[in-house]
Write a protein that binds this ligand. Structure first.
Ligand code: ZN
Ligand code: ZN
Length: 392
């Protein structure tokens, strides 16, 4: 089934919504205007609306023909704290230092388009939950929604989310089972030694030498301790110590990031780091304080739902247009929290135009969402619902 006619007819209207949201970007948990627009439209279309979930989040509940099945469709609404540098865009950001540079304006609009169509047609049996989440860009709005029990309040047999992809051509998509994006964790290490004269190291406990050994030893986690196909990155990105050239400092501070694709590798990495850091310090009569913060878990698609998404995409885009074998990326995505709570899949939708436009990377100051992707994304959501929740 190619692009749904009724949705194709909504393209001009959807483009207006998208450009209005683009011109008024809002940061994570501050999406008051966007969230109000979403809630008002859903209400206007006769959808039951629940506001103030995870702060500015909105859930719309739409019931079709009688049926037990349920599905969750998720879009993110937040923008990034960066200055837009696009030229000649009539709908350029009006909020200095805030920009929709990841296309969440487009994701929100595609889901609104699907909601409008599904509310009009109700050509399905069961319940669709439209989940508009705040704060994907680092704030963990998806995590907060799960903690606020959205899936208990609004049961979903499965949950699906999409992201635009400027690296892929418009009219193509990618979905596959298993890990597709990394866990992104942060850590700090404080090494407490004993300061002293630079000429008399035997009377001091040198945190710089101990820190250097820790930096080197941590590299063995990726190179010697983890299955080479297990994918782990341990990057020490900060090393601070000392203030004078002839003084051994009291303390040294290290910090960095860890990226992993599998929960078991993430657990093992944190445990190995703790052992190496604490025991290296101990071996030198120093003390190390290790703080490891789990930020986003890896995004792991469930096999069955990835297959369901693939079939819906093949129907929409045609044979050969859906990639199912592609390498994961080490970036993070907080839809991962929803995929830990419910089966589901995260899908990449290509947006690069044939003339090469709209190929600029997300998070770039000249990025812009491709409005020609709006009917594709909205049709995908709508056709997935009609396929997964068929009328008797
Ligand atoms: Zn982003
Ligand atoms: Zn994004």
């Amino acid at each position: 089934m190619p692009i749904t006619n009724r949705i194709a007819a909504l393209q001009a209207e959807m483009t207006e919504w998208r450009r209005d949201i683009h011109a008024h970007p809002e940061l994570g948990f501050d999406e008051h205007r966007t969230s109000e627009i979403v809630a008002k439209k859903l209400e206007e279309w006769g959808i039951e609306v629940h506001r103030n979930i995870a702060g500015t989040g909105v859930v719309g509940v739409l019931r079709g023909q009688p049926g037990k099945g349920s599905i969750g469709l998720r879009a993110d609404m937040d923008a990034l704290p960066m200055q837009e540098l696009t030229e000649d865009l009539a709908y350029k950001s009006q909020n200095p230092g805030v920009m929709h540079a990841c296309g969440h304006d487009g994701h929100t609009t595609m889901l609104l388009g699907a909601a409008k169509y599904l509310a009009e047609t109700r050509n399905f049996a069961g319940t669709v939950n439209f989940i508009f989440q705040p704060a994907e860009e680092g704030g963990g709005g998806g995590r907060v929604m799960v903690e606020e029990k959205i899936f208990e309040r609004f049961p979903c047999d499965a949950v699906y989310g999409v992201h635009n992809d400027p690296t892929r051509p418009l009219g193509t998509a990618a979905v596959r089972p298993g890990p597709i994006m990394a866990a992104a964790d942060l850590f700090t290490v404080k090494i407490k030694g004993k300061g002293g004269h630079g000429a008399m190291p035997h009377l001091a406990i040198d945190p710089v030498v101990i820190g250097a050994q820790i930096v080197t030893a941590l590299q063995s986690i990726a190179s010697r301790r983890t299955d080479p196909l297990g994918s782990v990155v341990v990057s020490i990105t900060q090393f601070h110590a000392g203030s004078a050239m002839n003084v051994i400092p009291d303390e040294a501070m290290l910090a960095g990031t860890v990226r992993t694709l599998l929960p078991e590798v993430q657990d093992a990495t944190e445990a190995m780091m703790r052992k190496i850091i604490e025991n290296t310090a101990e071996a030198h009569d120093a003390v190390a304080e290790f703080d490891y913060q789990r930020n986003y878990p890896p995004t792991i698609n469930h096999a069955e739902e990835a297959g369901r998404a693939e079939r819906a995409l093949l129907g929409l885009l045609g044979d050969g247009k859906v990639e199912t074998d592609y390498p994961p990326v080490m970036g993070g995505e907080d839809f991962s929290f929803m995929l830990l709570a419910r089966p589901g899949a995260f899908i990449q939708l290509g947006q690069r135009a044939p003339d090469g436009s709209h190929g600029t990377s997300v998070h770039h100051p000249r990025y812009d969402f491709n409005d020609d992707l709006l009917p594709v994304g909205a049709s995908f959501f709508a056709q997935l619902v009609e396929k997964e929740l068929p009328k008797a």
